[in-house]
Design a binder for this molecule. Structure first.
Ligand code: DLL
Length: 433
């Protein structure tokens, strides 16, 4: 039987959800207008006042916020409460420019942890479970968020953080860990290492995994589920809105329920900014309805996604987002063609390769080049050049039919591509250097 952490809200009727959203949106717009001069100025420039926003249908009148606004306002420009009421900051994992710094009041953290608890319960978690949190702890939101959610559910929480793979596996086995939280690429690596140690899925006590923070394909999900003998659930979130738990998967494993009582989602055309109807692919935009310390209205995530409101067999009523298909900023444009790393991953996994690959993009004689380094598993390893050429050709054909352009494929020996303990680095684009 499906269990819920907060059934009255997770399964509320559409009318109840809309009523909650209307009420919270009005209050939040007023809060921002009164307390965040940076955004108030944007509203004034757009000719909007809080009175113009009475229901969620008025959302489109509000101006967008983007990552560049967060950089301009760094560090305190978007904080909505006196600093004495803030108890925590977290920060993004970005490597370029100023990092995004997000602020939390005690209540903001409480609601964030509720969202993570909803995800853990949806993955089958109870107070009987041992939940190992192998996301990084510290500025990154993954560790602290799921740690808090795990406490709320009452799981025995094992805060291993990321890295030290042998110790991770020792704890999983010794403590009988049943739920694993980490990035999907790290889950795949843990699975690979356990396989090398000769452990079969039956010997691994895990029953579920809560994996997110980066894009991963359905094929990768199947691989991880098979190797670890678990059900693998997706979880989505971003620092700007709190962290993990903005949306999470249920037993249906067909998209993630957005915690709509806290986060109002829209899909827009990234070029025009116009809202798009459900079922259409576009950029995901969020309005945070409750956060008081860092209350972002219409924040452009750059994640390319789709929303659906079909009835879900799990009983939850909140809108579902598809797995993000990529980011408007990590979409590669190669010889004029749009390419998402996730499309390349799908082809590789469909051909039986593991998700250990690297995409190299360069520009030679004014023309873009695309090369994909693909790692062979020890079982498929061969030094027969004829065989390698045949397999490379197969992948070149598969990529051509998925992407519409030709890529060079190079098969490399097992263990040559660096493993990631957090978010994997898949793309090296030398054109930008
Ligand atoms: O990655 C928060 C998080 C931690 C989510 C642990 C899930 C689990 P940031 O570092 O701010 O926060 O990165 C946010 O990561 O805009 C997406 O592009 C990407 N992302 C997060 N979850 C998923 C997912 C955390 N499930 C950015 N699928 C987001 C695809 C994801 N991409």
């Amino acid at each position: 039987m499906e269990r819920y952490y907060q059934p009255e809200i997770e399964c509320a009727s559409r009318e109840e959800i809309i009523a909650i959203q209307n009420k919270k949106l009005k209050e939040q717009v007023k809060h921002v207008w009164d307390n965040v001069p940076y955004y108030r100025k944007k509203m004034e420039e757009a000719g909007v006042t809080p009175d113009d926003v009475q229901t969620i249908d008025d959302l489109k009148k509000l101006p967008f916020l983007s990552k560049s606004d967060l950089r301009d306002a760094y560090p305190y420009g978007l904080v909505g409460v006196p600093l004495k009421d803030c108890v925590r900051i977290q920060s993004t994992s970005g490597t370029t420019g100023k990092r995004v710094v997000a602020f939390y009041t005690k209540e903001d953290i409480d609601l964030w942890e509720d969202c993570c608890a909803r995800a853990i319960v949806a993955a089958g978690g109870t107070n009987e479970d041992v939940c190992q949190v192998s996301y990084g702890y510290g500025l990154f939101t993954g560790g602290p968020g799921l740690n808090g959610g795990s406490h709320k559910v009452g799981c025995l929480t094992v805060p291993t953080s990321s890295g030290n793979t042998e110790r991770q596996i020792m704890f999983i086995r010794d403590l009988n860990t049943t739920i694993l939280c980490c990035t999907p690429s790290y889950a795949a690596y843990l699975g690979e290492t356990m396989k090398e140690m000769g452990l079969s899925p039956e010997e691994i006590p895990l029953k579920a995994g809560i994996f997110g923070a980066e894009a991963w394909s359905e094929e990768m999900r199947h691989d991880i589920e098979k190797t670890l003998g678990i059900k693998a659930y997706d979880i989505y979130g971003l620092t700007e809105l709190s962290g993990p738990g903005v949306a999470f998967e249920c037993c249906a494993q067909s998209g993630m329920h957005i915690n709509e009582d806290h986060f109002l989602a829209e899909i827009i055309d990234p070029n025009t900014g116009e809202p798009l109807p459900d079922g259409t692919k576009g950029e995901l935009v969020f309005t945070s309805l409750d956060k008081k310390a860092f209350p972002l209205l219409r924040y452009r995530t750059r994640d390319v996604c789709m929303l659906t409101r079909e009835k879900c067999p799990c009983g939850r009523t909140h809108v579902k987002m598809a797995k993000p298909m990529g980011r408007t900023d990590d979409m590669l444009i190669i010889r004029g063609v749009n390419v998402f790393p996730s499309q390349i991953e799908t082809v590789l996994l469909n051909h039986g390769y593991p998700a250990n690959y690297q995409i190299l993009v360069d520009r030679v004689n004014n023309s873009d080049t695309l090369e994909v380094l693909v790692e062979m598993t020890p079982e498929m390893f061969t030094d027969d050049m004829g065989e390698i050429t045949r397999r490379q050709k197969q992948l070149v054909d598969g990529l051509k039919s998925m992407l519409g352009i030709k890529a060079k494929v190079t098969l490399v020996s097992p263990k040559t591509i660096t493993r990631s303990e957090g978010k994997a680095v898949r793309v090296i684009d030398k054109r930008k250097i």
